[in-house]
Design a protein around this ligand. Structure first.
Ligand code: ADP
Ligand code: MG
Length: 698
């Protein structure tokens, strides 16, 4: 049978090997399936013909039917342009070309009927349409008079004439190849119950809708299908896991936990911390493997919860490990935890890329004998050379950089899969969490330790530097410390460093009476540590830094966070940075410095920051403003961002609904044996085969 998932696009008439190579490379389109699932990003209604007499310069796209009266070339060199005077009997407009003049003159003639399509603008007294699409009336078969699809293309594609219009034509050819209808991907029951249109109509209408209603139905069906399979994949994975694996039982709360709790714990747990510890306790003694996501705003005290969970493991004869995304953060965890465990005779070690030679060998050996009870580190822990004696729990900090796949790799480190607690300080909107971490149970710390005053956020234009300086001076006089952060400019690291250097010099001049330190990513770890340490000890009052301080640093005495060029930061980044202050008992401030001219988006970001300290609210806003693909650190997380048509920032309700449908589906057919569901399981298998991110979590 004709299988679109294996049919190479180079055999689609009009594509051929060269275009196929381009489509492979630029859009990762290999099979006919990939091509048919490459959806337009917008449509323009071509069902309506306008009259020239109706046009004004504010219209989006318009379509006219009429004749060219005459051609005229104007200007020289760069201003040279071709003008065609065009009429439909109700008026005259100018069609204008700045390029391809010869081609146009050869292709179109005066006194013939054409359909002209483009965006009108007013220039002087005349209305003109630059670079319009022109079709002869009789060869208007393509999407004629319906909605015209527009496809995203890359620069390289455009240069090879693989334009949106070309894709539209090739798409027609692709459909012509389908001699018989495609097999359904959803069961009849799901289709009927949810009033979905069939897959064949859906695909045809998504590319070539004749009416807005067709487009609506097609989009709904395809979004439904897409989210359904994502959820089905996750749910099936969860069920399999529960069937296949038992979890270690942490039956006891023993001496280690109790000693720590009674002797070492420096403060009372907040109610939220206590609740989460209880949830973890319940999970870890249930006999099932724990897979839990712990969300809590910066400063909410997740580290302590993690430590308590690890001590539970120790009490039951297991080892524990904690994985952080950066060496700085790992080192800080190591320090914090070593301090907290002071006097308790528990071997804690730090393992990361920079730990080498004898030291590393020793750690690896002690890990294998079980002498190391708690291992703290970075990705380095994932390496095959790292073997535990009896690993009971894995804590992953700052989860948003680890996808489902990486998580799964930790399982191979232990006979039974260890319990997994994933912690994130960037609150994740529900829709995203359900997709990215849909396999996890969720715990939330929604309460800050007592005595914290919410950080006050202020927006300052950079031409009001004087008052800013006075403010900073006042804070330092009363004993506080200050961060000043400059953006990291990825495309131009030199510039970023220069900004930082300039800033540093300016600050030194502005505050000759204070000591200023400087920290950035180019420093050697040793130098960085020294600088950080001086700030922590209070030897320096101002720290000028790039975003390296974003995660990790904990200096309760620092009460002011000044963010320079705040317009260059994303919302979640701003929020993370703000979380560096407000950790002590004093009133803290976050000052967002921007230039006077701001884009609409930036203005909104700044407004949200000034209005709220609630990380969840900010995460939702971030998702709305930027879409899921841009959320910080999400590049590697696959699944959620391979979505072709559903949009997690807008389709939350549908997602929730579809997840329920998928749950019922899998409950009714837990072993994938019902004949009526055969097509669904087959489709899932096909998707898992072609999508790397899907197959890794098997
Ligand atoms: P995060 O959730 O951002 O990882 P941390 O675990 O680093 O937060 O905790 C932030 C600060 O709050 C630390 O200095 C920690 O010692 C302190 N802290 C944590 N829990 C409590 C508590 N229950 N009472 C008072 N301070 C706490
Ligand atoms: Mg933390």
């Amino acid at each position: 049978m004709f299988d679109i998932t294996t049919f190479d696009i180079k055999y689609v008439p009009g594509i051929g090997p060269q275009r196929a190579a381009l489509l492979n490379k630029e859009l990762k389109i290999y099979s006919l399936y990939d091509f048919l699932y490459y959806f337009p990003y917008k449509y323009v209604d071509r069902s309506h013909l306008y009259k020239i007499s109706e046009i004004d310069g504010n219209m989006p796209f318009i379509q006219l039917k009429g004749q060219i009266l005459s051609f005229e070339t104007l200007g020289e060199g760069r201003t040279r342009r071709l003008i065609a005077h065009f009429t439909d009997g109700t008026g005259i407009i100018d069609l204008v070309w700045f390029q391809g003049i010869k081609y146009i003159l050869n292709s179109y003639k005066a006194r013939q009927d054409y359909i002209v399509f483009g965006k009108p603008s007013v220039f002087g007294q005349r209305i003109n349409v630059a670079h319009p699409d022109i079709d002869k009336v009789d060869d208007l078969t393509l999407s004629s008079m319906g909605m015209q699809p527009f496809y995203n293309t890359t620069e390289r594609m455009k240069r090879s004439n693989l334009t949106s219009y070309m894709i539209e034509k090739l798409m027609h050819n692709a459909f012509n190849l389908l001699k018989e209808p495609l097999e359904e991907t959803l069961s009849n029951r799901i289709i009927e119950k949810n009033k979905l249109i069939g897959i064949n109509d859906a695909l045809r209408f998504i590319h070539f809708p004749q009416t807005p209603a067709q487009l609506r139905n097609a989009r709904y069906r395809l979004k439904f299908e897409e989210l359904f399979f994502v959820q089905l994949n996750i749910l099936r994975y969860v069920r399999d896991r529960q069937k296949k694996y038992l979890g270690y039982r942490f039956n006891r709360v023993g001496k280690i936990f109790n000693t720590f709790y009674q002797k070492n714990l420096p403060f009372q747990l907040t109610n939220a911390q206590m609740r989460v510890v209880r949830e973890i306790r319940d999970d870890t003694r249930s006999g099932r493997q724990m897979n839990r996501l712990l969300q809590g705003d910066v400063g909410s005290g997740k580290t302590l919860v993690a430590l308590l969970a690890m001590l539970l493991a120790l009490d039951n004869g297991f080892q524990a490990c904690i994985i952080a995304p950066t060496e700085i953060l790992a080192a800080q965890h190591y320090e914090t935890i070593s301090k907290l465990l002071f006097g308790m005779d528990i071997q804690v070690e730090l393992l990361m890329g920079s730990v080498k030679g004898k030291e590393r060998e020793q750690i690896l050996r002690d890990l294998q004998t079980g002498d190391v009870k708690i291992l703290i580190g970075t990705h380095a822990i994932f390496e095959d050379t790292v073997n535990f004696s009896k690993l009971g729990i894995v804590i992953i900090d700052e989860q948003h950089r680890f996808g489902v796949a990486q998580r799964a790799r930790m399982w191979t480190k232990s006979a039974c899969p260890p319990h997994i607690l994933v912690m994130t300080a960037t609150p994740i909107p529900r829709t995203l969490a359900m997709t990215l971490y849909g396999d996890l149970d969720v715990s939330i710390i929604d309460e800050l330790p007592p005595g914290r005053k919410p950080v006050k956020t202020i927006h300052v234009f950079d031409n009001h530097r004087n008052s800013l300086c006075n403010f900073i001076r006042g804070q330092i006089k009363s004993g506080r410390q200050v961060y000043m952060v400059y953006p990291l400019i990825k495309e131009n690291e030199k510039l970023a460093l220069k900004n930082l250097e300039d800033g540093y010099e300016r600050v030194c001049k502005e505050f000759p009476e204070y000591k200023v330190c400087k920290v950035h990513g180019k420093l050697k770890p040793k130098e960085k540590d020294t600088e950080m340490q001086r700030f922590v000890n209070g030897e320096t009052q101002i720290m000028v830094a790039t975003t390296v301080i974003e995660v990790g640093v904990n200096v309760p005495n620092a009460s002011v966070m000044v963010i320079e060029n705040a317009e260059r930061f994303g919302l979640s980044q701003l929020h993370q940075l703000r979380g560096r202050v407000g950790r002590g008992a004093d009133q803290s401030y976050c000052v967002l410095v921007t230039s006077y001219k701001l884009s609409e988006d930036t203005r909104k970001r700044i407004e949200i920051m000034v209005q709220t300290n609630d990380g969840f609210e900010i995460a939702e806003a971030d998702l709305k403003l930027r879409g899921p693909g841009d959320l910080k650190g999400t590049q590697q997380s696959g699944i959620a961002f391979d979505l072709k048509i559903a949009d997690l920032s807008h389709d939350g309700q549908l997602l929730q609904y579809v997840r329920d449908v998928a749950e019922v589906f899998i409950d009714e057919d837990p072993n994938a044996t019902l004949p009526e569901n055969r097509v669904v399981w087959k489709q899932l298998a096909a998707m898992r085969k072609t999508n790397v991110n899907w197959s890794v979590i098997s």
